[in-house]
Design a protein around this ligand. Sequence first.
Ligand SMILES: NC(=O)c1ccc[n+]([C@@H]2O[C@H](COP(=O)([O-])OP(=O)(O)OC[C@H]3O[C@@H](n4cnc5c(N)ncnc54)[C@H](O)[C@@H]3O)[C@@H](O)[C@H]2O)c1
Length: 341
Amino acid sequence: MNNRETKIVDERIAEENSMHILVTGGAGFIGSNFIRFMRQKHPDDVLINLDALTYAGNLTNLADVAEGTHYHFVHGNILDRDLVTQVIRQYQVDTIVNFAAESHVDRSIADPLVFVDTNVRGTAALLDVARQTQITRFLQVSTDEVYGSIPGTGHVTEAAPLRPSSPYAASKASADLMALADHHTYGLDVVITRCANNYGPYQYPEKLIPLMIQHGLTGEPLPVYGDGQKKRDWLHVTDHCRAIDLVLRRGQSGSIYNVTGNNEHANLAIVHRIIQQLHIDPQLIQLVPDRLGDDSRYALDATKIRRELGWAPTISFDAGLSETIDWYQAHRGWWERLNTD
Ligand SMILES: NC(=O)c1ccc[n+]([C@@H]2O[C@H](COP(=O)([O-])OP(=O)(O)OC[C@H]3O[C@@H](n4cnc5c(N)ncnc54)[C@H](O)[C@@H]3O)[C@@H](O)[C@H]2O)c1
């Protein structure tokens, strides 16, 4: 075979091995970063983004990802089993990555039922359709919050008990249990990732980092809960996407993988970094009453994904945060157009 023929054969093999992935919630923060990441890393995969476009879903997050033979958007709800079944058949989907969720703890405290609908019932509905349509692999995107608050200096492995504190965390823990039950009961090939707090571009400005950057740029007060000493563990969204891709391809069926680079910071310390980079007045910080029942610390042990799959974070928190602040400064139009009421 000459070079050209070899290239054609290689392309055909890649096409035959390509995955047809239903990405739910792909218009949100992590989902849109995941779609962009996958289009670059695995251009032969076919990605179908099913998203209900809630306040957090935004198609402009994917304005640079062209619709065509390898990327399709479908407007719909994961609770709509008929639609999901039809999409799976139409696009010959073999794999599901479930990002679709209500994701904000404050909103779950104000209105927990929508979290049960999407995060619990929605995941259960998707799992059911996955089983009936003989999906090859189902990846459930979960969170470190399912383990609850981790006092002191310890870190939790995947074997730690689930002790969710907020309605959000309880709904995510329930979804994880439904996924594991489907693996145990029906043999559905399920894998679960439990990741630390993500940050990076396209995050809706209700979560700490984009909210503080946005307020800093508009000169509004920076509201920090309690004394600002609650600790969170941060991972750049691209490193999370890389972990999901690895677990999707190489994770052991029925397994859970914690994902973190162990970047623990008190909320107030992060706000001070943002203030420093934006050159704004620290007097803008406003300590506000603590969130109801707020966890003091999350801290994962991610030895398993490092050892089994060779994953490691690639973006340092200093560089990632600095780039994220630059991104929000450069993309003012993106967040000014959002409805943040
Ligand atoms: N953001 C984090 O720090 C973090 C950390 C760990 C895990 N997670 C998990 O990752 C996933 C994505 O988080 P995110 O921060 O990108 O959330 P997000 O709120 O930015 O996006 C959620 C997306 O899901 C869509 N959606 C909501 N309900 C839906 C439904 N019923 N049917 C279809 N689509 C629906 C929304 O329109 C939106 O596009 C969630 O499952 C979340 O629990 C998030």
